[in-house]
Design a protein around this ligand. Structure first.
Ligand SMILES: [Zn+2]
Length: 83
């Protein structure tokens, strides 16, 4: 099974609908089995929505997706212990 980070790094494109349909399917399957990634997707979606409604940014800032990535890693480490 692929690492969560593989999916997380594609979530922005997934939300934008830019993603390869095959990859989309893989992500959806993974989200069904992985509550952490599901939470992350919801958070990301909310953030993007707020961001767009404000008209401040069209695209999710790289900085933000990096921060989300870091936070997810921290959660994994708490959950699974140190890698
Ligand atoms: Zn996951």
């Amino acid at each position: 099974m692929k690492d969560c980070s593989t999916y997380i790094s594609n979530l922005c494109d997934y939300i934008d609908g830019d993603l390869d349909p095959e990859l989309c399917k893989q992500i959806e399957t993974h989200l069904g089995e992985c509550p952490d990634c599901k939470v992350m997707l919801d958070t990301l979606r909310q953030t993007v929505k707020i961001c767009r409604e404000d008209g401040r940014c069209e695209e999710l800032p790289e900085e933000l997706s990096r921060r989300i990535n870091v936070r997810l890693r921290e959660r994994w480490q708490q959950k699974f212990g140190k890698k």
